[in-house]
Ligand binder design. Sequence first.
Ligand SMILES: *[C@@H]1O[C@H](CO)[C@@H](O)[C@H](O)[C@H]1NC(C)=O
Ligand SMILES: *[C@@H]1O[C@H](CO)[C@@H](O)[C@H](O)[C@H]1NC(C)=O
Ligand SMILES: *[C@@H]1O[C@H](CO)[C@@H](O)[C@H](O)[C@H]1NC(C)=O
Length: 574
Amino acid sequence: MNLSFLFLLLSIPVVLAYFFGLYILGSLGQVVGYYLRRASRTRKELLLARVQTEQRAYASTHPKRAPANDEDGWEEVEGYAAGTAANGAKAGEDWKGIIGFFHPFCNAGGGGERVLWAAIRANQKRWPDAVCVVYTGDHDVDKAAILKRVENRFNIHLHPPTVHFLYLSTRRYVLSSTWPHFTLLGQSLGSLILAYDAFSLLVPDIFIDTMGYAFALALSSFLFPAVPTGAYVHYPTISTDMLASLSPNGQGVNAGAGVGWKGFAKRHYWSLFARLYCLVGSTVDVVMTNSTWTQSHIRSLWGPRRARRLRSAKASETDIDVVFPPVAVEELTDAIDVSPESESKRGPTIIYIAQFRPEKNHTLIIEAFAKLVAQHNAFPSFPNTPPKLVLVGSVRDSDDATRVYNLRLLAHERKIKEKVEFVCDASWPQILYWLQCASVGVNGMWNEHFGIGVVEYQAAGLISVVNDSGGPKLDIVVEIDGEPTGNMQPMNHQVFEVPSFHASTVEEYASAFANALSLSSAETSAMRLRARKSALRFTDRGFAEKWVKNMERMVQLQELRTRKPGGFLTMIEI
Ligand SMILES: *[C@@H]1O[C@H](CO)[C@@H](O)[C@H](O)[C@H]1NC(C)=O
Ligand SMILES: *[C@@H]1O[C@H](CO)[C@@H](O)[C@H](O)[C@H]1NC(C)=O
Ligand SMILES: *[C@@H]1O[C@H](CO)[C@@H](O)[C@H](O)[C@H]1NC(C)=O
């Protein structure tokens, strides 16, 4: 008998033990899940009863009125969200489960919170009978206060009876101050504790994380395999850039930190963490990202394992969806007219809306403008008006003021002083005025993750000239590079085919300005309309439609998994 046969014989029990171990572990998770579910059952019943009572109370104090005078806009609801369900099965039309949102800092009032509230509103409109529960650590505020703030801060009106808050008591474990060393790992472990805290309060039917706690989602899948999970990722917890930056010739804050034994340890710690993060990410059922940049990073981290899990390479390419966060585009489209008539109001004006911060590179823009003026006195479409540059921005402190002073000096040196206008700390009506009179909007920053200002230019119908990098390149001023996301609207393809409007250097900016100002009036109008159409991808409505589409996948999964019990113990669980 040869050795390899013996080896084979011996390895069989090892392999069996491995799978048995996995099985035991998986079952253990489900047993714990079962007890958590049982322990929180009473709370769940109480919650649902409370929803019923509040619904009745709401209905009696808010009799159905005509949509026009309904101040919270609740009745106009169904309209758009319901439309997206039409393309397919009627599944989940009147789904009434509990959707848990894991958002420990829900009262922070930042961009991430805007996404949370807009998502809850979209859910409420699509599934009026479902209940949205937010797990939060903000003990100092009650529901009324939170909803009031959401209205004031974001102008988002939620339907109070079907949104509820559950208060977590272990939020300190996700603060970076709790983990002075090994912060990444510490915070991730902390999020496991926090998630366990959440589940002991209530086990939802669908579990969604909007703050980047992927580990919490993995715990959910471990404990409750039947509960679909969803992630809305703003930023990857660890990025491939970070890993690369440790190499001796890397760039960024950690440049060169990869040398010596400390660097060695750090490199291994990070790559271990990255591996864990990839593992965790592969368990999430539905993944959305806020931008193409984040999508490509998440795809390179989570994609390979997800593909293996979903048993298809194609699935991994299509299943990570970009859902742009909502921007207040409508305020501009309502206020600013884009039509042949409105052209008479516009001059050869280039506008740059940006804080006077160094990375916004105002110097570059002024230099480029000086070059433009040196080469062109006037443009055929604007025979009697010389070009003008308007810099609109807030001046926050004396550093900003100094920068403005230096920029004025520069304009003076280049002999374009009277052609450059500074509008410091502009009011909203002033900004609207300039957006109406200008023809071109510019952004000089390199690798901006997202330029809300550029979306505003587009909404106002301006022709954008942006640096050839970052969010403006990937998401805003161009189609999404033909990536097979399968959910691109056709209009994405027609936005800005003219490549010269992306620029990097002074010369390129100058010639992009010249090109933009020399377009024929027909081309100009067409481009303005396309710009405006492109901006519509970033509206509340655009967000809600894509969000609901991804939610529908989770609802379908939920129905599928509870209908066909799959694993050990799921029979008793239901
Ligand atoms: C996505 O989130 C990151 C982190 O908050 C932010 O820097 C970036 O601007 C966001 N992108 C978009 C398109 O809002
Ligand atoms: C613009 O982007 C390019 C490449 O993406 C970069 O190399 C260049 O430095 C950027 N220009 C400015 C002015 O930041
Ligand atoms: C501004 O743009 C110029 C030209 O591309 C570039 O060399 C410079 O580094 C930029 N400055 C900043 C602060 O980004």
